[in-house]
Design a protein around this ligand. Structure first.
Ligand code: ZN
Length: 406
C-alpha cells in the first residue's frame, strides 16, 4: 500500500542527527510505502511519482514522529497506592523499602501472577499508551528475580510485540533488587544473574541489560560484574543511576559504555562530563523525581555538558504509576527545564537513540518506519503548554492506523 498524507499544517521531522533541530516543514506532505517513509517535504514539491498515490487528508493538523517511551517497567502484578499515601505523609523511599514495601512487594505480586494475566494487563496499558501517540516502548523485567520469573516477564514482551504494531525494546533487569531469599547471600544472587539468567535471556532473543545502582540495590562493583556478563552475551547496556544519592552511577555508565543512563538526580558534574565524552544519553524521569521528592535534575546541566537528553514515564507501580508520556513531557519542561522543542526531541529522535533503534525510529525521514501522530495543535510550544488529556487525533504505526497486527 502506497499513500500520501497531505493538508498538513506543519510537520516536525526531528532529524536523527540534528542536535536541537525539529526540522519543521510548513504545509508538508508525507509519502510512505507499506511500513516505510519514501518522501517528506513541502507539499508544493511533492514529486510527480507520488502525486498519483492514494491521498490521506490530514485535515490541516500537525504531524510529529511517533512518541517513544524509552524507560518503562510495563509488566507487573499489583499496585502500591498505600505507599504513595505514605510518601505524601513524609515516608522516604528507604523507609518504605525497609517496611517490606517498594520493589519487594511488586516482586511478590508479579510472581503470583500468571504469564497470561501479565500479558492481558500489559496489553491494556499499551493500547492506552498508543492512543496517546506512543508507537515504541522500552519494557524491563526485574520483578521476577528468579530465572523462570524473569523469563516469564520477558516472554510477555515478546507476545506483545507479536500482537501489536508498536515497537518493543525488551530489557533484562535481573539486577533490580536482591530478592528476599538471597538477603544473606548477595554474591550468590549476582552469580545467579550472571551465570544462569543472562545466558537464558540471551537465548530468548536480543535484549538490553539494565542494573539499578543505588544504596539498597546494587553497588557499582556488583553492576560491573553483571555488565561484564551481559556484554559477553552481546547485550547493550543501560542503567538506573544516581537517583537517590551520588553512587558514581553516571561515571560507571560512561566507563562501561552504556547507551543510556536514567534518573541522574544526584549525578556529579564529573559524572555528567564522563557521560558526555562516552556519548551516553541521559533519560529524565519526571514522575519518579516528583513522587520520591528528590530535587529534579536540571536538564540544562546535561545540555551544557553536551549530553543528549531523553524523557520517559518510567511507568511502574511504585515511583511512577502513570504511562501518560505527553504529560511527562510537560513536566520535563516545568521541572527539568527543557523547552517544548527539546522535550519533543527527547521523546522521539533522542529516545530512539537511547534504546538503540534510531536506524528506523524517532524521525520522519525517507527510509524510516512510518510511525507518526496527527496533533490538533498550532505549534510545538502550544502542544506542551496547553496540555490536554489527549491531543493525538490519529496515530499511524508501521504505516497503518490500526494498532493491532493483521
Ligand atoms: Zn526505572
Amino acid at each position: 500500500m502506497t499513500r500520501v498524507l497531505t493538508n498538513i499544517r506543519w510537520l516536525a521531522t526531528c532529524p536523527a542527527d540534528g542536535a536541537d533541530d525539529l526540522g519543521l516543514i510548513v504545509n508538508a506532505a508525507l509519502a510512505w510505502h507499506e511500513e516505510r517513509i519514501c518522501w517528506v517535504g513541502p507539499a508544493a514539491e511533492l514529486p510527480a511519482d507520488y502525486a498519483c498515490w492514494e491521498r490521506v487528508d490530514a485535515g490541516g493538523r500537525s504531524v510529529i514522529p511517533g512518541l517513544i517511551d524509552c524507560h518503562t517497567h510495563l509488566a507487573f502484578g499489583g499496585w502500591r497506592p498505600e505507599e504513595f499515601a505514605a510518601r505524601c505523609r513524609g515516608a522516604t523511599y528507604g523507609e518504605i523499602a525497609a517496611l517490606g514495601g517498594g520493589i519487594a512487594s511488586t516482586v511478590n505480586a508479579t510472581r503470583a501472577a500468571s504469564e497470561d494475566e501479565l500479558y492481558e494487563r500489559s496489553l491494556g496499558f499499551l493500547r492506552e499508551m498508543m492512543a496517546l501517540g506512543v508507537t515504541a516502548v522500552e519494557c524491563k523485567s526485574g520483578y521476577g528475580l528468579t530465572v523462570e520469573e524473569e523469563l516469564k516477564q520477558l516472554r510477555v514482551y515478546q507476545r506483545l510485540a507479536a500482537t501489536l504494531r508498536v515497537s518493543i525494546r525488551s530489557t533484562f533487569l535481573g539486577a533490580h533488587a536482591v530478592p528476599p531469599e538471597f538477603r544473606n547471600d548477595r554474591e550468590g544472587y549476582v552469580r545467579l544473574v550472571c551465570e544462569e539468567m543472562i545466558p537464558r535471556v540471551a537465548e530468548l532473543g536480543p535484549h538490553f541489560c539494565d542494573a539499578f545502582v543505588e544504596e539498597g540495590a546494587f553497588t557499582p562493583s556488583e553492576a560491573r560484574t553483571v555488565f561484564r556478563a551481559a556484554r559477553d552475551h552481546g547485550m547493550p547496556l543501560t542503567l538506573h543511576a544516581d537517583q537517590l544519592s551520588d553512587t558514581g552511577g553516571a561515571i560507571l555508565a560512561a566507563e562501561v559504555g552504556a547507551i543510556s543512563a536514567a534518573h541522574l538526580e544526584y549525578a556529579s558534574d564529573a559524572g555528567l562530563a564522563a557521560m558526555a565524552k562516552a556519548g551516553t544519553i541521559a533519560i529524565l524521569l519526571p514522575f519518579a523525581a516528583l513522587t520520591t521528592h528528590v530535587p529534579p535534575l536540571d536538564a540544562r546541566r546535561c545540555l551544557r555538558a553536551g549530553i543528549r537528553v531523553a524523557v520517559a514515564t518510567n511507568f511502574n507501580p511504585g515511583s511512577a504509576p502513570c504511562y501518560h508520556l505527553p504529560f511527562a513531557l510537560w513536566l520535563a519542561c516545568c521541572v527539568h527545564r527543557l523547552t517544548p522543542a527539546q522535550a519533543l526531541r527527547a521523546a522521539t529522535a533522542n529516545a530512539a537513540q537511547a534504546i538503540g533503534m534510531s536506524d528506523r525510529l524517532g524521525s520522519l525521514q525517507a527510509g524510516k518506519q512510518a510511525d507518526f501522530v496527527l496533533l490538533d495543535v498550532e505549534s510545538v510550544d502550544h502542544w506542551l503548554y496547553h496540555v490536554r488529556p489527549n491531543a493525538a487525533q490519529a496515530v499511524y504505526i508501521r504505516g497503518e492506523r490500526d494498532h493491532d497486527r493483521p
